[in-house]
Design a binder for this molecule. Sequence first.
Ligand SMILES: Cc1cc2nc3c(=O)[nH]c(=O)nc-3n(C[C@H](O)[C@H](O)[C@H](O)COP(=O)(O)OP(=O)(O)OC[C@H]3O[C@@H](n4cnc5c(N)ncnc54)[C@H](O)[C@@H]3O)c2cc1C
Length: 448
Amino acid sequence: MNKRAFLKLSSAVMASRFVSPLFAWMPTEKLTNWSGNLEYSSQQLTNATSLEQVQDFVRKHENFKVLGTRHCFNNIADSKNELLSLRQMDQVVAIDSQARTVTVEAGISYGKLAPYLDSKGFALHNLASLPHISIAGACSTATHGSGEKNGNLSSAVSALEFVNAAGEVVKLSRDKDGETFHGAVVGLGALGVITKVTLDIQPTYTMKQYVYENLPLAQFKDHFDAIEASAYSISLFTDWQNKRFSEVWIKSRTEPGNEFPAPKDFYGATPATKNLHPIAELSAENCTEQMGVPGPWYERLPHFRMGFTPSAGKELQTEYFVPRRHAVDAILAVERLRDQVTPHLMISEIRTIAADNFWMSPCRHQPSVAIHFTWKQDWPAVQALLPIIERELAPFHVRPHWGKLFTISPDRLKASYEKLPEFFQLAQKFDPHGKFRNDFLNTNVFGG
Ligand SMILES: Cc1cc2nc3c(=O)[nH]c(=O)nc-3n(C[C@H](O)[C@H](O)[C@H](O)COP(=O)(O)OP(=O)(O)OC[C@H]3O[C@@H](n4cnc5c(N)ncnc54)[C@H](O)[C@@H]3O)c2cc1C
């Protein structure tokens, strides 16, 4: 969807606040995901503004899905029946400075929360490439940023409140609920309607972002660990051509003794002389400040600025996780496919993620590397290419991003999640009749 259509949609939804608290979407244009590659199968969208309205909606409907900010590229959020939005439930509930946590309503985006937290002297440990996404939607799919010591965004969740299929309020916390909590945080939207999330916070910090150009593949191969350890967050961008990474984005916390020294030569790469977009042809105006200019954490951790179009807009995305120990071999395997991949690609990005404990997280108990593809919006071509990439990555125990496009078979996917039987039982407990199921979940997670 282009920016104009998105704004039109947002203002229609916002206007509903003054019309009726529980507003049913009346389609004047088709409801799609952010990039416009998916038209939702139902156009029945209801906005809830309170916990009671969520409970009432849950009790009255047999099957529906919750929409976050609609940034997933596949049909994980789709429903043939009804859609519920909590976008108007977007307030900060409380900051607990002693416990170092913030509790928010589930519809809030990182872009809204982050400046507020900063104004109170606090910060999050990490952000994704864009701040526009909802916290509940991002944590439900194990959304991540970069940095070998940084767990994905779900790893900051310390408590959850959700409404189960019976309309009852369930509260789970890291301290009290052990493995059940680990099963619920990356819940893929299958356990209930998340109404509140509590996140770990820390004292606010400033960062500097540096971009280097043209890091040779040979240097990457020989120095991968040193490159990844060189700063708080590293992203490597490539179109897979010319045996090089076109850009390296380095995000450094400005802490004495711990700062990135910004050398003139970074493993053969040279400092950029102006702000860049990861897709070289696009305007860097949409990107966060670079060139080592210090700024708040929330204006350096994401690549893209709130209020601007992130990435390219009309695009598709795919991302594969492999255990960190296979990083170099897996990346070289994709590089060998360069002449098939590049014609359909806008850009690829390589990031590292620390291990976590969540049953359905691709990074459960294993430090991981994520190999991301921003594709041109040509699904037939991409659909033909994905099995080829997946075959090359199969020896490395590959898992796909839950919110992006993949063709890995349901059987292989299920086999790669050892906690899937327990997740199935957890879903049965909170949703015995499949109220929160859809085709994506039935096919990829619960089927068979
Ligand atoms: C331009 C762009 C850049 C991206 N960058 C990154 C990145 O850097 N790292 C990364 O890992 N991913 C990235 N993504 C993917 C994105 O973070 C995920 O798709 C994320 O899930 C989007 O959140 P959302 O709120 O839009 O979710 P939606 O697509 O709206 O929903 C996702 C899932 O969450 C469920 N859900 C949402 N809200 C609730 C709720 N309140 N209760 C229960 N279930 C709920 C939905 O039912 C669905 O199952 C990017 C996507 C785009 C478009």
